[in-house]
Write a protein that binds this ligand. Structure first.
Ligand code: SER
Length: 319
């Protein structure tokens, strides 16, 4: 029986690394990568690749049939900062793509769906410290609104039609292999690149803005772990809180200075400051730890050591 996987949005920050990991685990031929545009030669040559607009149910259905797909990861999305600039486009991409795949799952065109939610579901009226799994959710961004609505659609399709959909509320994801685009937490990736290039870093958030963050390795592990869990372990069908570390721009700069002592940072908060101010500082993810044994491995110190070592070995990335 086929256990083939389709990744929608495989060329995004998380999609690239998720595709590589799943291809390693299951064999490249069993993991179909797709995006609205062509990917890097590395991704397109390593295994099957299809051009798919994630808002087109018809295009998705063709590929589900062509490869006899059983598992779908819907990673295509417009992130918080870009969606504030293009609210209607952000809503359309984030919602139309989700409703399309939920419908295809309901009609049994595949078995299991992963859909990422975000800490952006929380807003200024949610508790900021140890934000609980279940609490007030009044997001202030279009992105957050689309994620709260999406979570409720997932829960609805699970309880009404038995769709096996699983979801995580990612914090800010930090990686060195791939750059993020259009998020409020992107500074925590850019800062490493600028530090290694020997530049002063102009931070678009203020010095003491504390946000929940996670290293890419942990984010990929969590994604695979929740998808490998038995369906009975997944007690929450909206989306699970997930956390690893929380830090401020000042704290990450201090950590980088342990390796690059003359690194310097300046603060020029812009419109993204307001978005960051509406989000939690520390998230309580005890439900994920209890239900499917989630554990993180990277804190700020360990992540910084790993990123700096890797960027020093891969100077071609520092263009
Ligand atoms: N990293 C995302 C963003 O900043 C949060 O989900 O939009």
């Amino acid at each position: 029986m086929s256990n083939r996987i389709l990744i929608l949005g495989a060329c995004g920050q998380i999609g690239i690394e998720l595709t590589a990991r799943l291809r390693n685990m299951h064999g490249a031929d069993n993991v179909v990568a797709s995006d609205i545009r062509e990917g890097s030669p590395a991704m397109m040559q390593a295994g099957p690749f299809e051009i798919i607009d994630a808002t087109s149910k018809a295009q998705i259905l063709d590929v589900l049939k062509k490869y006899d797909i059983k598992i779908v990861y819907l990673m295509a999305a417009m992130l918080s900062a870009t969606a504030e600039k293009y609210p209607q486009k952000g809503w359309d991409l984030n919602m139309v793509s989700l409703l399309g795949v939920l419908d295809l799952a309901k009609d049994k065109h595949f078995d299991t769906l992963f859909w990422p939610s975000s800490m952006a579901v929380f807003g200024s009226t949610s508790p900021k410290m140890n934000t609980p799994q279940q609490t007030i959710m009044e997001p202030t961004t279009v992105y957050g609104i689309s994620k709260v609505a999406g979570e409720n659609w997932c829960n609805y399709f699970h309880s009404r039609y038995g769709v096996d959909v699983r979801s995580i509320r990612y914090p800010g994801i930090i990686s060195w292999k791939t750059l993020p685009g259009g998020g409020t937490t992107d500074y925590a990736v850019d800062i490493y690149f600028e530090a290694l290039k020997g530049n002063v870093f102009d931070c678009f958030l203020s010095e003491n803005t504390r946000l929940p963050m996670m290293y890419m390795d942990d984010a990929i592990n969590a994604t695979i772990q929740i998808m490998e869990a038995a369906s009975s372990q997944i007690k929450i069908r909206t989306s699970y809180n997930l956390s690893a570390m929380s830090f401020t721009p000042h704290e990450i700069a201090m950590e980088i200075r342990k390796y690059i002592p003359d690194f310097s940072i300046s603060y020029k908060p812009d419109y993204r400051q307001q978005i960051a101010d509406s989000w939690p500082t520390i998230i309580d993810d005890s439900a994920a730890r209890k239900d499917w044994n989630w554990k993180h491995h990277f804190d700020l110190a360990k992540m910084t050591e790993d990123i700096i070592a890797n960027l020093k070995k891969n100077t071609h990335l520092l263009v």
